[in-house]
Ligand binder design. Sequence first.
Ligand SMILES: [Zn+2]
Length: 373
Amino acid sequence: MGRNGKIIETKRMNKIRIAKFISSKGVTSKAEIANILGLSMPTTLQNVKELVEEGIAVENGVYESTGGRKAKALSIVPDIGYVIGIDITNHHITIVLVNMKKELLQIERIRKTYAPDFSYYEALGDFIRRFILKLKVKSEKILGVGISLPGIVDQEQKLLIRSHTLGVSNVSFKSLDEFIDFNFALENDANSAAYAELGNETENTVYLSLSNTVGGAVFLHDRLYLGENFKSAEFGHMVIEKDGRTCYCGKKGCVDAYCAAKVLMEHADGNLETFFDKLRKQDEECLRVWDEYLEYLALTITNLRMAFDCNIILGGYVGGYLEEFRMDLNKRVLKYNNFDIDTSYIRMGKYKLEASAYGVTMGFADAFFESLQ
Ligand SMILES: [Zn+2]
């Protein structure tokens, strides 16, 4: 690349950074862009002007920043494109529609038991088609379909390498091509949920997902650390109790056997909401189970903090309930951790059931902005 080429490329990268920043902020101002991205005002003004002229961004209304100064509110034009997100679990499919402002527009969830066969793909394709028809979104505006799976995924080969939860290994998703007319991509469910929770994150963060299984993601230097074999952040299978409870992976004493949502649900007819209702009513059995759960969770959080020394987000189905029990959890964590003076590095997740379906759309949204010229 010659000198001019380099200048053009740097200019394009600034434009992409600005567009992505506006998208993840939802609403922002030129001053905020220049300030947070460390760009000069002329560079910011020129790029914003281009984005507005190209119909990608729009100036609409007033934006009051923290400094109290009023500025023009800048946001992404929401309908320049849409992404469909799908989360596949053992017995359910969750589908969402997200626009380029990263707004979650629609959620639908159906009961459908996973099977690695033709009829499942056919049903999935049908579900997507009907969902789009109902929304009345033009199919040419759909940039792609992200699919979140509970297992280890090879994105290039569109292969589910292994899923304990679904009880399968080496399942190719390539044949899904026959049933959907869009580009699609696969992603691990915990990574997807992490994208949802880390949308605005600029700091290094570890994400601990407390759903039917325990998983996680490591977000370092603005990207996910996937591991040499796509197996990083399998926090659910760290051993926290020697010869402890048997985990579904076959080992004993894994975090999953103590901190998965199912550990709580078993005591409430398989329903997490019911568990917390009973807990709030001081049900003795639930109080005992919860006490033990929080204790193991505190241990796991402390181990993660010792290993990564960064923020920790607690997400997944249980994560959505934790804010209420924050004080209790803080006390327990401080008991194990004598390296930190407080627990301000612990954050609670915002999403419950839809985190993975929403988060798996982020890759397509980012790809859209990265393709800007
Ligand atoms: Zn395990």
